[in-house]
Design a binder for this molecule. Structure first.
Ligand SMILES: [Zn+2]
Length: 391
């Protein structure tokens, strides 16, 4: 990847200000003195006036190494993680919203009008059965958190995790030891369920829902007999209020964004990258680059700082590490000197989960059925923009 000269446009702008000042005062100073003065001015202005509107360059180079050095500096205290399906694939979890994963192949008997109907709240209220049949196939509790999940847990233990915003509903962040306060589950969670009856809304725990799903009984409210739905966000439902309230307060405080396993194509989640101050470095760990919106109109809609810029001559804060999320986290942990600690944590936690699953195996309602790989569903109408419907 291109590594821009650290003395890029920011420094050039700084130079211009300095030139103007030099001609006023008529003095000549060395580059070192100039830098020192510019640092002072930058800090002064960002603290007193511009609060986050200054494009200060905080990374000494736009690489994983540069990010690691920044993370080890005093300046980087609060990290926000933004994560998507890519952090759970190594746990064996397919992206269950995608009709092309094969999960949908077993649903032909339900005659869905189109695959996404399964996640539409209106359809669900009339026909909940296909959703629960799908849920049985990828139910939380059958999967173990990944290296990437435990890397986020380690950030928490180091006191650096401000928040983890996840698009996943698999609850693996919780299984990995993140607490509700650490999390914004933007697309909801399986962890709790509620009766869909508008005047009832009775809450049910994961264990209750799990028992119903594995006994192949459509979960019905014990109070009013309405269907009970896991608290995942369906098409046609609002994101949790917590998403918006945390977003308002978190991002201005963020010293670093780590974006993992997401192609940043689902709104409003994708727009979170634009909420941090303009100086805040953003590290993307993903199979391919994301967030680089080429369409200038869409770029404008995303707002200032909305699009990622990894390689232009103006790039100053965005770093892309391309590859598997787990490998990216291991590489970063290694650079931070945390690798051994991360590996020990994973070993300990996975052993704990194995012991737990072993003790549950006697209970037929929680045992896992052997997983087959059915052929891809015929209707591979993958839509990535939430709410967009296939024709
Ligand atoms: Zn009810």
């Amino acid at each position: 990847m291109a590594e821009p000269d650290p003395s890029d446009s920011l420094e050039t702008q700084a130079g211009k200000v300095q030139e103007a000042q030099d001609s006023d005062s008529g003095t000549e100073r060395g580059a070192a003195g100039r830098e020192e003065e510019m640092d002072f001015l930058r800090n002064f202005f960002s603290q007193t006036l511009g609060l986050g509107t200054q494009k200060e360059r905080l990374l000494d180079e736009l690489t994983l190494e540069g990010v690691a050095r920044y993370m080890q500096s005093e300046r980087c205290r609060r990290v926000i993680c933004l994560v998507g399906a890519g952090i759970s694939t190594s746990a064996g979890l397919p992206d269950f919203r995608s009709p092309s994963t094969g999960l949908y192949a077993n649903l032909e008997k339900y005659h869905l009008p189109y695959p996404e109907a399964i996640f539409e709240i209106g359809y669900f209220k009339k026909h909940p059965e296909p959703f629960f049949a799908l849920a049985r196939q990828f139910y939380p509790g059958q999967f173990k958190p990944t290296i990437c999940h435990y890397f986020i847990r380690l950030l928490k233990e180091k006191g650096m995790l401000l928040r983890c915003y996840t698009q996943n509903v698999d609850t693996l962040e919780r299984v990995a030891g993140l607490e509700p306060v650490d999390l914004v589950e933007a697309h909801g969670t399986f962890y709790t369920s509620h009766c869909v009856g508008t005047s009832c809304r009775h809450e049910y725990p994961l264990s209750w829902m799990k028992e119903k799903i594995f006994s192949e009984v459509t979960p019905k409210c014990e109070k009013c007999q309405s269907v009970v739905k896991p608290d995942i966000v369906f098409f046609g439902e609002n994101l949790p209020a917590r998403f918006f309230s945390c977003m308002q307060s978190d991002f201005q405080k963020a010293d670093l964004l780590i974006i993992m396993g997401t192609s940043l194509q689902v709104q409003p989640f994708a727009s979170l990258i634009s909420k941090a101050p303009l100086s805040t470095p953003r590290l993307l760990i993903n199979k391919e680059k994301a967030g680089q919106q080429r369409d200038p109109f869409l770029g404008m809609m995303m707002g200032l700082g909305g699009t990622m810029d990894f390689d232009s001559e103006k790039a100053y804060r965005d770093v892309a590490w391309l590859g598997d999320c787990d490998q990216g986290c291991l590489a970063l942990a290694d650079l931070l000197g945390w690798k051994k600690e991360l590996e020990d944590l994973i070993q300990k936690e996975h052993a704990r989960i194995d012991a737990q699953l072993g003790s549950e195996a006697a209970n037929p309602t929680t045992s896992t059925s052997p997983r087959k790989s059915p052929p891809p569903a015929k209707e591979a109408t993958r839509t990535t923009i939430e709410g967009e419907k296939p024709k």
